[in-house]
Design a protein around this ligand. Structure first.
Ligand SMILES: [Zn+2]
Length: 332
């Protein structure tokens, strides 16, 4: 009995703690929700325009085009797995003849082995290089690669494959259906949401920032980001571009104003990683404090992820842009 009472007490305490923790996180704005997923099917498939479709299980996204001479499919996230085949079969009897890899990462193309062996796989040459390094049989090597740009014409569909330069990963491409006004670009822009942590793990931060403009330079109405809940609009891409530019400005400002020597006065100089971790952590916190209030109501999880974006941006400012300024204002 005593044990049960203790158990109930601890359980109640845990509930209280979890409620308190949940209350510290900003609510997900209504604008961040996507279409409901039928739990029986486990996926959602919808025609965007004139034979160009998207598929989602609620977290990852696939695009495909029905051409009259076969299906072109972009990506193969393992979380959707063979439900991609079911979703395509739901709308067409045509076989999959072409597979495009957005980039090499396993969470987006790790189920590509499920596609027909005779389908032509197309990717950027840097993606092929990455895949060759890992020799993963779940991600078959591309049959065709390109460098800057490639036009794929199959049946009545034309897709432009555009490389905007290194960004999230070298080789991460824009897939553009100009006649349908649809563009897919993965792991850079997250409609309705703050990106995944650290600028979505961008390997090239200046290229990641510039890629927003490369997408906006094209003429389209519907955006597929490869992730999360819903499709995007031009307003979504413009909003995230402004969010990222605001983070860049706030990180530069925090680098210029966070007092290095005041922090060194607390930590001392002997343990240099203690000093630098504390200083850089303070810069990221100051950056986030300037940005979060403006976005917490419009981008889901801005309160959770902005500080990590600030960290990644600050390191890019310091290393890529040689902005190593530390303030000595306390010494005056
Ligand atoms: Zn990725």
């Amino acid at each position: 009995m005593k044990r049960l009472t203790a158990f109930v007490f601890i359980f109640a305490l845990l509930m209280l703690v979890s409620v308190a923790a949940a209350q510290e996180v900003a609510p997900v704005p209504d604008t961040a929700f996507g279409p409901p997923i039928d739990p029986e099917k486990g996926y959602f498939v919808e025609e965007i325009n004139d034979g160009v479709y998207w598929i989602t299980e609620g977290t990852y996204q696939v695009m495909f085009a029905v051409t009259g001479e076969g299906v072109i499919v972009v990506d193969a996230p393992p979380t959707i797995g063979d439900l991609v085949l079911a979703a395509i079969a739901e709308v067409t009897d045509e076989p999959i003849t072409h597979v495009i890899y957005s980039h090499s990462h396993g969470d987006h193309i790790g189920a590509a082995f499920l596609y027909p062996e005779d389908a032509t796989i197309i990717a950027h040459e840097d993606t092929a290089e990455q895949l060759a390094r890992f020799g993963d049989e779940n991600r078959p090597m591309p049959d065709m690669t390109f460098d800057d740009q490639m036009t794929l014409e199959v049946g009545d569909k034309t897709l432009e494959l555009i490389y905007p330069g290194p960004n999230h990963e070298p080789g991460n491409i824009i897939v553009y259906a100009p006649d349908q006004g649809v563009v897919m670009f993965v792991d850079v822009i997250f409609p309705g949401w703050s990106p995944f942590q650290q600028l979505a793990l961008a390997e090239d931060v200046p290229g990641y920032i510039a890629a927003h403009d490369a997408v906006l330079d094209l003429d389209w109405d519907t955006f597929i980001g490869g992730h999360l809940t819903r499709l995007g609009t031009r307003e979504d891409v413009e909003l995230q571009r402004q969010y990222i530019l605001d983070i860049q400005a706030a990180a530069a400002d925090a680098l210029a104003t966070t007092d290095f020597f005041a922090i060194a006065g607390e930590t001392g100089f002997e343990n240099q990683w203690l000093l630098f971790n504390t200083y850089l952590g303070a810069v990221a916190q100051n950056c986030a404090a300037a940005v979060v209030p403006n976005y917490v109501d419009v981008l889901a999880a801005a309160d959770l992820n902005t500080e990590s974006h600030c960290w990644a941006m600050m390191e890019s400012l310091r290393i890529d842009f040689n902005n190593l300024f530390v303030t000595i204002t306390s010494e005056e």
